[in-house]
Design a protein around this ligand. Structure first.
Ligand SMILES: Cc1cc2nc3c(=O)[nH]c(=O)nc-3n(C[C@H](O)[C@H](O)[C@H](O)COP(=O)(O)OP(=O)(O)OC[C@H]3O[C@@H](n4cnc5c(N)ncnc54)[C@H](O)[C@@H]3O)c2cc1C
Length: 491
């Protein structure tokens, strides 16, 4: 090694962690390890400025605390100490460069609009200063800035998007975790995770979350292994039944980057899954919806705040505060809706079918602006994701790309009877109805007085009357929709 080379290896490399809280298939970390230089892994909490990031909701903060603790432990085993800093990304990185003499900054790419803005300006500033700056893939199978239709635009419809993605080259192999990291011995003045107060205290509304979740990379790998060893056989058939653990529950792990879609993709090629062809294919397509959501968000940065389809701009929302509260608290009087909203509050997660039912109820039965629902989910979901949440809310509203038509209004009683036919889901999350017979479980107001008495249900006392009448609400929603279309300039 020449004198020049050995002095170059002494300058440390900064690796920025953001939504990629893992050590395996982390290309930025892997590249840093390959330089042989000392490594400074850093997580910056850049939440003061909403231009730089959308602040994490309460449930994600709970997850972030535990995920950072897990990442920090994994890095320590490899030889590096995770540095926690709070403030504007550029300012913190500048200070770290000045303090350490680092000449290289590496990270894995983000695709949410504030993340893209921050990282684009960071990269040009670093290059201007003569610092080596490089970013890597990992969060998505496709690069939204490269992936275009034949005419150079973006995909607005899922099926051609998915066809094009799967017709392309096979997703790259995951890269392994580095075996060791060259330590950087100077103290970096890391902040203390507990001082960030990410965990709720009075009240500790997340006290039951740990029963369902193990944040961190190990928890993610365990969830994947359990799913591939079990529920995947039957995924296509059972994924719409909320009482059964028939889906992977990988969403919060994916949202925090504790596992990558590349790792999932390659795990699905295991010969042991050869017999589950249809289920594997369906599961891959759901991963595809996540890709499509990011594709839409990247090409429509206002997806969480503006109707994708502007003809919805004049929609006559009712936005009644009491109705919003009843929905948030799971007290609408519609059992499947209430069960979903309570599952969300209790566990930080809700089954996909029930997300669709509860979102439809808010938007169509209560005529509350989908953005208020999106914001509540953002605050309460451990998997709250800037792309999937926004795209899904617009999908249900009918205002999104490739969306369900507005006039398709879910009937909560029929949805309940179809997808929770034995009532196990409603009985778990709405225990005051647990003794009601299947016949009336999804519409308790239709039950004769003696049946309600026997089940211990007193409508208006221990379980609410429906806050709206289904048929009337449906009619009003259709009228409001027709009026919007009449008024729309594009009609
Ligand atoms: C109103 C509404 C809001 C939603 N908000 C979010 C959100 O904030 N974050 C989020 O990750 N998902 C969101 N979804 C999508 C979906 O409900 C969840 O991804 C899924 O329920 C997660 O459970 P799972 O990991 O067991 O899914 P699985 O069925 O095991 O699917 C595997 C993975 O595929 C992806 N996926 C599955 N379905 C979808 C979908 N419809 N759209 C996008 N990606 C999907 C997820 O990453 C999921 O982890 C929302 C759906 C609706 C209707």
């Amino acid at each position: 090694m020449t004198e020049q080379q050995s002095s170059a290896t002494r300058f440390p490399v900064i690796v920025l962690f953001r939504h990629d809280l893992r050590i395996s298939d982390n290309r930025a970390l892997y590249a840093a390890a390959n330089t042989g230089k000392p490594i400074i892994p850093v997580f910056i909490r850049d939440e003061g400025n909403t231009e730089a990031s959308r602040p994490a909701g309460g449930a994600r903060q709970w997850w972030l605390h535990h995920s950072l603790a897990a990442l920090s432990a994994s890095l320590r085993v490899l030889g590096a100490n995770l540095v926690l800093k709070r403030g504007a990304t550029q300012t913190i990185v500048d200070r770290l460069l000045d303090d350490t003499g680092a000449d290289m900054v590496l990270w894995n790419r983000r695709y949410d609009p504030p993340g893209v803005r921050t990282d684009t300006s960071l990269k040009s500033e670093l290059i201007r200063r003569g610092i080596s700056a490089e970013s890597f893939d990992g969060h998505l199978l496709h690069e939204p800035f490269l992936f275009k239709t034949g005419t150079g635009g973006f995909y607005r419809v899922y099926s051609p998007f998915w066809r094009a993605l799967t017709a392309g080259p096979e997703p790259r192999d995951p890269v392994p975790a580095p075996r060791t990291l060259e330590p950087y011995h100077e103290s970096m003045g890391s902040q203390c995770l507990n001082d960030w107060a990410l965990l709720p205290e009075k009240p500790d509304w997340a006290k039951d979350f740990a029963k369902d979740w193990t944040p961190g990379e190990n928890g993610a790998q365990e969830k994947l292994a359990a799913f591939l060893g079990g529920a995947i056989g039957g995924y296509d058939h059972d994924r719409d039944k909320p009482a059964i653990e028939a889906t992977s529950r990988l969403s919060p792990h994916l949202a925090h980057g504790e596992i990558t879609p590349f790792q999932i993709w390659h795990a699905l090629k295991s010969p042991s899954l050869a017999r589950e062809g249809r289920d594997v294919d369906k599961f891959r397509r759901e991963i595809g919806w996540r890709e499509f959501s990011y594709h839409l968000l990247f090409n429509n940065p206002a997806l969480a705040t503006k109707n994708y389809n502007a003809s919805f701009d004049g929609f006559a929302w009712q936005n009644k505060a009491d109705d919003l509260k009843a929905w948030q608290q799971g007290r609408t009087g519609y059992p499947i809706v209430d069960a979903g909203m309570r599952q969300l509050w209790k566990t930080g997660w809700m089954h996909n079918r029930v997300r669709m039912i509860t979102a439809s109820f808010l938007i169509k039965h209560l005529r509350i602006d989908w953005r208020k629902g999106e914001a509540w989910f953002w605050d309460t979901l451990v998997d709250a994701d800037p792309a999937s949440n926004a795209a899904s809310w617009q999908w249900v509203a009918g205002s999104g790309a490739d969306a369900a038509p507005y006039f398709r209004i879910f009937n909560p009683m029929l949805q309940g009877a179809k997808f929770d036919s034995l009532g196990a889901y409603v009985r778990e999350f709405v225990p005051e109805l647990k003794n009601l017979s299947d016949k009336y479980l999804h519409a308790p107001w239709l039950a004769p007085e003696n049946i309600l008495n026997e089940a211990g249900v007193v409508l208006g006392q221990n379980y609410p009357h429906p806050i709206v009448d289904h048929q009337a609400a449906r009619q009003q929603a259709l009228v409001a929709y027709a009026n919007t279309r009449k008024d729309s300039p594009s009609h």
